[in-house]
Design a protein around this ligand. Structure first.
Ligand code: NAP
Length: 299
C-alpha cells in the first residue's frame, strides 16, 4: 500500500489515468495537476492548478512519458492550463522527493541537478522497454497492414537492430510467416538472430541485405537508412521507422525515390493506451513502495 505517501501527477495523456487509478487503489494521497477537464471523477484524488499545490510534503512527482519540453512545460491533454515545472517548486519538496518521467531532456536534467533531487527515467529500464515492445509490435503490424497490398505472410522483411524492440518485432513478424532477416553489428546479436531461426546480416552489408526487402522496420536511433543505402531498396518497399525522433531514415531521399517511409513514434500510447499506462503504473508503484520501505529502514 502507498498510504501516507503524497504523489503529485502532473500532466499527461490517457496512459496517466492508469497510473492515477493505481495510486488511488493503493491509498496514496494523490494530487492531480493538468486534469481539470477530465470527465472521469477519480474520487480519492484532488485536482489543483500548479500554483495552488503545496509541494512541501510531496513525496514523488509523476510526469508524463515525454517529461517536460525544453522550457519546462508539461503536456496536459486534459487541461488548457499552461503547466510549467520550475526549480522553485522542486526546491519546496522534501529532500527525498523523486521525479518519475518516461524520458529526460536538458531542462529536466538541470532541474534535478540544481535541486539535488532524483529523477527516474522509466523508459531506460529494461522491464519497461520490454513490456512496451509488445504494444509497439502490435502498432507496427497495424501500420504494415494499412500500408501494403500484400500479406505479411511470405513477405521479405528486414528488421534493423536487435534491441528490446527489434527482438520483439523480428520474432512477431516471423511468427506471422514473413521471411525475416535481422541486421546487427555485434557478433552476439548475430548469434542470437541465428538461434531465433532468423537470417542474420551484419549492418555493414545493409545495402545488399535490403535489396530484396518488401518491408524494412528500423529500430536503430541513428541515420542508418541514409541515401546510399536507400538507393538499393526496391521502390515498392515500405519502411516503418520505429526509432525515436528523428528516426534513422533519410525521409527526403525516400520520398524522392517514391518509397513510402513512415516515422511511427509513440505506438504504445496510440494503439494501447490502457496497456501502456498499466506498464508504467505497475513499475512506478513498485518503485514508490521500494523507496518508502528504504526510508522506513533508515529511520
Ligand atoms: P535498444 O534496446 O537500445 O536497441 C537499440 C538497437 O539499436 C540495438 O540493437 C543497438 O545495437 C542498435 N544501435 C544503436 N545505435 C546504433 C548504431 N549507431 N549503429 C548500429 N546499431 C545501433 O532500444 P529499444 O528499446 O529496442 O528501442 C529502439 C528504438 O525504438 C529507440 O529509439 C526507442 O526510443 C524507440 N521506441 C519506439 C517506439 C515506437 O512506438 N515507435 C516504442 C518503443 C521504443 P548495439 O547493441 O550494437 O548498440
Amino acid at each position: 500500500m502507498l498510504t501516507d505517501l503524497h504523489i503529485a501527477v502532473i500532466g499527461g495523456d490517457a496512459r496517466q489515468l492508469e497510473v492515477i487509478r493505481k495510486l488511488i487503489q493503493l491509498d496514496a494521497k494523490t494530487s492531480l495537476i493538468g486534469f481539470d477537464q477530465l470527465d472521469h471523477g477519480f474520487t480519492g484524488a484532488t485536482k489543483y492548478q500548479i500554483n495552488e499545490l503545496d509541494f512541501s510534503d510531496v513525496d514523488a512527482i509523476i510526469l508524463p512519458v515525454p517529461g517536460t519540453n525544453h522550457e519546462g512545460q508539461v503536456d496536459t491533454i486534459f487541461s488548457n492550463e499552461k503547466v510549467i515545472l520550475t526549480e522553485e517548486m522542486i526546491k519546496q519538496t522534501p529532500e527525498h522527493c523523486t521525479i518519475y518521467s518516461g524520458i529526460s531532456n536538458d531542462y529536466l536534467n538541470e532541474l534535478v541537478k540544481n535541486t539535488n533531487r532524483s529523477l527516474v527515467q522509466l523508459f531506460e529500464r529494461d522491464d519497461v522497454a520490454i513490456y512496451n515492445s509488445i504494444p509497439t509490435v502490435e502498432g507496427t503490424i497495424m501500420l504494415v497492414i494499412q500500408h501494403t497490398d500484400f500479406t505479411i505472410h511470405g513477405a521479405n522483411i528486414s528488421v534493423l537492430g536487435l534491441g528490446r524492440v527489434g527482438m520483439s518485432v523480428a520474432r512477431s513478424f516471423a511468427a506471422l510467416g514473413a521471411n525475416v532477416k535481422v541486421g546487427a553489428r555485434k557478433s552476439e546479436h548475430l548469434a542470437r538472430i541465428t538461434e531465433m531461426g532468423l537470417e542474420p546480416f551484419h549492418l555493414s552489408d545493409l545495402d545488399k541485405a535490403i535489396s530484396d526487402s518488401d518491408i524494412c522496420i528500423n529500430t536503430i536511433p541513428y541515420p542508418i537508412l541514409n541515401a546510399g543505402v536507400l538507393a538499393n531498396i526496391p521502390t515498392h518497399a515500405l519502411i516503418i521507422d520505429l526509432a525515436s525522433k528523428p528516426g534513422g531514415t533519410d525521409f527526403r531521399y525516400a520520398e524522392k525515390r517514391g518509397i513510402k517511409a513512415i516515422l511511427a513514434p509513440g505506438l504504445p500510447g496510440i494503439v494501447a493506451p490502457k496497456t501502456a499506462g498499466k506498464i508504467v503504473a505497475n513499475v512506478i508503484v513498485t518503485l514508490l513502495q521500494e523507496a518508502a520501505e528504504e526510508r522506513e529502514e533508515k529511520k
